[in-house]
Design a protein around this ligand. Sequence first.
Ligand code: CA
Ligand code: CA
Ligand code: CA
Length: 207
Amino acid sequence: MFRKICLFWFLFFLVGLNNVYGLPFYESSDAGDSLDTAVSLVNGTTEIHGTAEFAGADLYVFSWSGGALEIKAYSDDPQLFLFDENGVGVWANDDEVSSLNARIYDPNLDSGIYFLGISSFDWDPYSISGLIFPNQPYDQQFGPQNQDPLAYWDGSAFTQDANYVITFSAPVNAPVPEPSSVLLVGLSLFLFGFLGFKSRNYLTINN
Ligand SMILES: [Ca+2]
Ligand SMILES: [Ca+2]
Ligand SMILES: [Ca+2]
């Protein structure tokens, strides 16, 4: 019995050492630009690969369990926009201080459902009250300037279709365990079964 308890805690410790396993997500057909047509990310997404169309935006929806989150976009001149579950603005950024790539960082983003929009400069989200986020200075991260939900996109388009990569500092949606964790769980179940079999045989032989 003591051996089984030691083995359990050893395996539990090993599984606990493993971080969650991240996954790339590929935009298959053009993601929508409205709350109704946003594309749901799969569990454990840590990267999105897609294309920002000329005068177009892509919108993705995901759940977040709460805590620090950094989202970065790499492309010709991408912009990132984060909205809450009702489509109300949360954060936006056009350029990092050192590049035309975009970065949103929140040290303690509330748990919940979020929409993430990406477009090339300078195609921006609007609510019925107007432009949701300020435009300039470009290298600043902005909160919203009105509290109405996303209604449409408009602005000026300067670049053609551009491929992008978006990265998340932690997996979004429900995290999935690493394959090594799955193997360890499988191994532990096997060993428990084996030890159980042995102890039953021991009891049978001694009765
Ligand atoms: Ca697209
Ligand atoms: Ca930019
Ligand atoms: Ca803009």
